[in-house]
Write a protein of this length. Structure first.
Length: 571
């Protein structure tokens, strides 16, 4: 059935005599009059050669064209960037990672706006490209479907499944003299056996679960590993789905309500997901004009059972979760326990409850537990607040045995200094390591600390020290590691006032984090504190630092939907 383009954005580049120059470009690309008269569907791909997370995305995006054409649309593919965290990790390149989320969202927005596309399918594979793509969808509010490129299959080493986490931890083990160099070299060659994003419940897979839980992805589509042939039909179905959404005028903000964000937070906690979700969910909500902060996320985490036995805290990887029944199997038991809002709309045009009605519980698996028999009664991620972090902090407790810690501070003003101390075996049991001036503004860029935390774990120190930072942690991080401490050091938060030897107390049961220093001493230190100037005084990171807000609100860089005067979809 022909679409009426009179109210679609693409009318501005394809309808009427005055648009003859615009149409001439489409004729130059081989389109016919009939094809130009169709709705234009942007297919945004974060595909590139930077890492295996992204190498299949362009091919999947091209298959999505078929579904768009079948549904009566005209596909228009374009690309955006990614910064791949596993490669950026542990050096100055990680400062680019979080900033890339904003660049991805901005670049998709600008391409869609500039060419007046009517709908959007987004393909992403690595960490920040997932929330970045979904932020663009919510900002533009045209009918949209998100597609994850899929995870990598686990490698095999010593008769067991391994992931890149094992390689990072082996670096620490090697530094401690417990892993021969030959073994480290052998491991690095087999840990990542092909295409796809990191296999554990790290940031990419966590946000892929979010995309399904929040309703922007097709049911049980995202956990299928990248090499699986089923990914081709998933891509094709995404093209068909976005055309049905365009016909029914179903938009991302119809789907991503406050209740949908609450559903997404539930699934993060239930799967022991990455702490980065507490950064990305507020940022996505910001694009829709919804207030959903770190503390809102943390409140949901408190009442969510941990039911998916996934790495890094558990035993299994995304491939196993897919075989067990996928994200919808997790949500099936959560809904039956009254922990999800079943009336939320999804990209299928049906509600979440209607989608889940088609799912049958799989008793022949032990990856996903029923809510009645959880791995632990509360979520795998916990929010913290106290005198050290008045604006909050976050810790991943999935797999942890020790949930309370008190010790003397060991302070570092950047990750490199801390990593050098770890490599030199200078860290002592019982210490609370503090890495500061690594926040969104102070870094700039809020680096992840996987190299440091993995090295500690590899040295056997993972359970005997705590680490806190105003930066972030990878979804692959394990150990007592607290991130997103706010206010950050660059803003003069309490973390900037800590000195070596100060006592710090962390209680992940009570949800508190406190600096045990008298108020008068802190007042003296505050009076003497001076803001620092970072090395990035030009370029993209300078611009990012000028605009970025606090981590508790998502580290966003613009006022969001609450200040918008028009929505792109309605131009």
């Amino acid at each position: 059935m022909p679409f009426d383009k009179s109210r679609l954005p693409s009318r501005h580049v394809s309808v009427g005599p005055s648009k003859a120059p615009h149409r001439s470009y489409y004729f130059a690309m081989g389109l016919t009059e009939e094809e130009i008269a169709r709705p234009f569907v942007g297919i945004a791909s974060a595909g590139n050669d930077s890492a295996p997370c992204n190498t299949t995305l362009d091919a999947q995006a091209n298959i999505a064209r078929e579904g768009v054409i079948e549904g009566g649309g005209m596909p228009r593919r374009f690309n955006t960037i990614t910064v791949t965290d596993g490669i950026a990790m542990g050096h100055q390149g990680m400062k680019s990672s979080l900033a890339s989320r904003e660049v991805i969202a901005d670049s998709v927005e600008l391409s869609m706006r500039g060419h007046c596309y009517d709908a959007l399918i987004g393909f992403a594979g690595c960490d920040k490209s997932l929330p970045g793509m979904m932020m663009a969808m919510l900002r533009l509010n045209v009918p949209s479907v998100f597609v994850y490129g899929g995870s990598i299959l686990p490698g095999q080493f010593g008769g067991k499944d391994v992931t890149v986490k094992d390689v990072f931890e082996a670096v620490g083990s090697h530094a401690a003299g417990n892993c021969p160099l030959s073994e480290l070299i052998a491991l690095e060659k087999v840990a990542c056996p092909g295409h796809g994003a990191c296999g554990g419940q790290y940031t990419a897979n966590t946000m892929a679960c979010v995309a399904e839980a929040i309703g922007l992805s097709l049911p049980n589509s995202n956990m299928a590993p990248a090499p699986y042939e089923s990914r081709a039909e998933i891509a094709r179905d995404a093209g068909r789905a976005v055309m049905r959404m365009l016909e029914a005028n179903i938009r991302p903000r119809d789907i991503c309500t406050l209740e949908a964000f609450e559903n997404a937070a539930r699934v993060v906690a239930a799967t022991g997901g990455s702490t980065n979700a507490a950064l990305h969910l507020p940022a996505m909500a910001h694009e829709a004009g919804i207030e959903f902060t770190l503390f809102d996320v943390a409140e949901i985490f408190k009442t969510t059972p941990y039911i998916a036995d996934l790495q890094p805290g558990g035993r299994y990887v995304a491939k196993d979760m897919h075989a067990a029944g996928g994200v919808y199997m997790v949500m099936k038991t959560l809904l039956e326990a009254g922990l999800l809002h079943g009336d939320c709309l999804t990209v299928t045009g049906k509600t979440l409850a209607e989608n889940l009605a088609e799912i049958r519980w799989n008793p022949d698996q032990d990856v996903i537990r029923p809510v009645s028999a959880p791995l632990s009664p509360t979520g795998g991620v916990v929010g913290l607040r106290g005198s050290l972090a008045p604006d909050g902090a976050i810790v991943k407790v999935a797999g942890l045995h020790v949930l309370e810690f008190e010790g003397p501070a060991r302070v570092f003003d950047c990750e490199e200094d801390c990593f050098a101390a770890v490599e030199a075996r200078e860290i002592r049991q019982g210490e609370v390591i503090v890495i500061r001036y690594e926040g969104p503004k102070g870094g700039p860029g809020m680096r992840e600390m996987l190299s440091t935390t993995a090295a500690l774990y590899g040295q056997g120190m993972g359970d005997s020290v705590a680490l806190i930072t105003d930066g972030r942690f990878s979804g692959a991080t394990r150990g007592f590691c607290i991130g997103h401490v706010g206010p950050e050091a660059a803003d003069g938060g309490p973390i900037a006032l800590i000195e070596n030897g100060d006592r710090i107390r962390i209680d992940a049961v009570a949800g508190t984090i406190d600096l045990l220093v008298a108020d008068d001493i802190l007042a003296t230190r505050r009076a003497q504190w001076q803001p620092r100037t970072n090395d990035y005084q030009s370029g993209a990171l300078w611009r990012y630092a000028q605009n970025v807000g606090p981590a508790s609100l998502g580290a966003v860089t613009h006022p969001g939907a609450k200040m918008e005067r028009h929505i792109y979809a309605d131009i």
